[in-house]
Design a protein around this ligand. Structure first.
Ligand code: AMP
Ligand code: MN
Ligand code: MN
Ligand code: MN
Length: 288
């Protein structure tokens, strides 16, 4: 059976491949169903759908930034309509926040001695793409500011570090309401990457469910098997469906499209929901 991958990035946010290159890679890797989920933008979906035609089922998606209890979380919005004014309006507001934040991070980096950080980031991604902290980390690590993007991120960009900027993103309930209003589904992205204690992660899953959230990602890149079992158990406990997505950004990193994304037994795949029906997913028995 081909792989299902419901989370990845293109050059419209902080991915290294254009939508067309991404789709070629998906085909080469045996991915049958791919969701493009760029950060706070749907700008790449049209090109992705065109490149997918007849080869891969392309699910329109977006990775939405949200704030829960002063912590930034990511919500993967899936099965979005191809064109919708409500989505466009929401994206425009997210992109304004992102742009202001990118400029503020740039100013802090410039004060730390990284000349023209914002202008260089903008020049690298082009006028239509979203700049993320990952954009800065990769750009400045490549310029020699740190041995790896990870190291640059840890030193300057994460919470508590000197170029961190607090951003007020919409609350999960607001994001989920928008996604549902347009017929999509909302999954909590990479739940273990927020560096939360287990009790706090449980409170997040509970709050996400209460806010109307549909699923949580159980499989994503760079995970130990025991973590998947833990997340699978949490989806059952909180009545959420399970999603799977590589969060692929660039070739050569320790993640790839469609790689090790098979959901463990005993969860309800998000693609068993009626909203996924138009995409002809393989029938998967929800084993309980
Ligand atoms: P943002 O949504 O702007 O806060 O940026 C989040 C993005 O930064 C993620 O999607 C990754 O692409 C990137 N990122 C997160 N953690 C790291 C890290 N430790 N090292 C390098 N890039 C990272
Ligand atoms: Mn990213
Ligand atoms: Mn993310
Ligand atoms: Mn992502």
């Amino acid at each position: 059976m081909g792989a299902i991958d419901l989370h990845c990035h293109s050059t419209y946010s902080d991915g290294a491949l254009t939508p067309a290159e991404l789709l070629d890679r998906a085909v080469a890797r045996g991915v049958t169903h791919l969701a493009l989920t760029d950060h706070d933008t749907t700008a790449g979906l049209e090109a992705a759908a065109a490149a997918a035609a007849g080869r891969v089922r392309l699910i329109p998606g977006m990775e939405v930034s949200s704030t829960w209890e002063e912590t930034q979380i990511h919500i993967t919005a899936l099965f979005l309509p191809r064109q919708d004014a409500r989505v466009d309006e929401f994206v425009a507001a997210q992109r304004r926040r992102r742009e202001e934040r990118a400029q503020n991070i740039g100013r802090k980096l410039e004060a730390l001695g990284f000349a023209d950080a914002y202008a260089r980031a903008r020049a690298q991604v082009g006028p239509d793409a979203v700049i993320t902290r990952g954009t800065y980390a990769r750009l400045l690590a490549a310029a020699g500011a740190a041995p790896t993007a990870d190291a640059f991120f840890a030193r300057y960009l994460q919470r508590g570090r000197p170029a961190f900027v607090v951003t007020e993103w919409p609350a999960p309930g607001e994001v989920i309401a928008l996604v549902h209003a347009v017929g999509g589904l909302a999954a909590l992205a990479h739940p273990r990457r927020y560096k939360m204690s287990n009790p706090r992660l449980r409170r997040l899953l509970q709050a996400f469910k209460v806010a109307g959230g549909d699923a949580a990602e159980v499989c994503y890149g760079q995970q130990r098997p025991c973590e998947r079992e833990f997340l699978a158990a949490l989806t059952r406990e909180y009545g959420l469906m399970a999603s799977a997505g590589s969060d692929f950004h660039l070739p050569g990193a320790w993640r790839d499209l469609g790689w090790q994304l098979e959901l463990p037994a005993g969860v309800i795949p998000i693609w068993s929901h009626p909203a996924a029906a138009p995409y002809a997913f393989p029938a998967t028995a929800a084993t309980v």
